[in-house]
Design a protein around this ligand. Structure first.
Ligand SMILES: Cc1ncc(COP(=O)(O)O)c(C=O)c1O
Length: 374
């Protein structure tokens, strides 16, 4: 599998929660598009433009099938962040409305909601790094319009119980928004009862600059940006807009990105997904002075940890000298760091191309870091 990823030579890449590496299939699909089909979409009457439009709309259909829906529910965006910004600015939230989030959200699923007129409430984290669902029952009330929750925490690796949270939201007439930025890489997602779902191509072997907003029903959402391609009719005074998904896709879209994302999906459907979560957990736990900041069960292979007496930046820097790529810092979750009373963590995140040997390399690397600070 590693052989499919040209960049993975001589490095141990353990930062896939930030972005994944790209297989040659995806790189080739993008290159092939530019070599053979590049033209603007939805406008040209000439063959090349029709070819580009077909490939772009085929990509939408591939994404739709991947999460078990149909193309009219799939909006192309720049990524999870843009998808969530689109929602926060288009849902017409008013003063007195409440949005229920969790204490483990990435800034992308917090800051956009802070810009609305609604009041924010937070489902607390328990000592075992899972959400307190009893508290959620109290927090989600008739005033709640949105429950927006990450499916997998990019810091803790916790897998949240979306089914229960969806039921709680719907029992009060609220919509559920799922941030699937991390889960799209690790879980099979069937959107079923979910109202809105956001994810990024680059976290699932696809290119950067392309993402998805799934919506069950977009009819009450106003467009987010305005311009070409999203309109029906324009006069000097006013305009009418297309239906979803096009009303949210103003301007020339990331055509090559969409085609690259579809190639990533095709690749992932045939790729084997090695299960190294248990192995990594066991190995990391066996290191003296290392504390895993995250749950023991129901978790993804995203491991944040602290090393007694050593700053996370020092850990990452020394590991880098051994060609091991990990992330250190607050991981775009400053409120969570404050809640946990830590400044930051080192995070090692694994993906389909990682092996047990990579876990062993990391463990050896951490021991070398500890040697330096002895
Ligand atoms: C849980 C979560 N949500 C949202 C994002 C934002 O994704 P993007 O930067 O691709 O928009 C990330 C990125 O790390 C994430 O991990």
């Amino acid at each position: 599998m590693k052989g499919d990823f040209p960049i993975l030579k001589g490095i141990t890449y353990l930062d896939s929660a930030a972005t994944t590496q790209k297989p040659i299939h995806v790189i080739d699909a993008i290159s092939h598009y530019y070599k053979t089909s590049n033209a603007n979409v939805h406008r040209g009457l000439y063959t090349l433009s029709q070819k580009a439009t077909l490939a772009f709309e085929d990509a939408r259909a591939t994404v739709a099938t991947f999460i078990n829906t149909t193309p009219e529910h799939i909006v192309f965006t720049k990524g999870t962040t843009e998808s969530l910004n689109l929602l926060a600015s288009s849902l017409n939230l008013q003063e007195g409305d409440e949005i229920v989030l969790t204490e483990m959200e990435h800034h992308a699923n917090l800051v956009p909601w802070q810009q609305t007129k609604a009041t924010l409430k937070f489902i607390p984290l328990k000592d075992d790094y899972h959400l307190d669902l009893e508290a959620a029952k109290e927090l989600i009330t008739d005033k709640t319009k949105i429950v927006a929750v990450t499916h997998i925490s990019n810091v803790l690796g916790t897998i949240n119980d979306i089914e229960t949270l969806t039921q709680l939201a719907h029992s009060k007439g609220a919509k559920i928004v799922v941030d699937a930025a991390q889960s799209i890489a690790h879980l099979t997602i069937d959107i079923k009862d979910i109202d809105f779902l956001a994810f990024s191509g680059h976290k699932m072997c696809g290119p950067t600059g392309i993402g998805i907003l799934y919506g069950k029903d977009f009819s009450n959402l106003k467009p987010y940006q305005f311009g070409g391609d999203m309109i029906k009719e324009v006069t000097y005074e006013t305009s009418t807009f297309q239906e979803a998904p096009y009303k949210f896709e103003a301007g020339t879209p990331n055509i090559a990105g969409a085609i690259g994302l579809a190639a990533a999906i095709t690749y992932l459907e045939t790729a084997t997904h090695p299960h190294i979560t248990e192995y990594a957990l066991e190995k990391l736990q066996s290191i003296e002075g290392l504390k895993i900041i995250g749950p023991q069960i129901n978790r993804a292979p995203v491991f944040s940890f602290t090393l007694e007496g050593i700053h996370p930046h020092d850990v990452a820097e020394i590991l880098s000298k051994h060609n091991i790529c990990v992330r250190a810092g607050h991981h775009c979750a400053m409120p969570l760091m404050k809640k946990l009373n830590i400044h930051g963590t080192t995070r090692a995140s694994f993906y389909i191309y990682n092996t047990k040997e990579d876990v062993d390399t990391l463990v050896e690397g951490i021991k070398k870091v500890q040697e330096v600070f002895k």
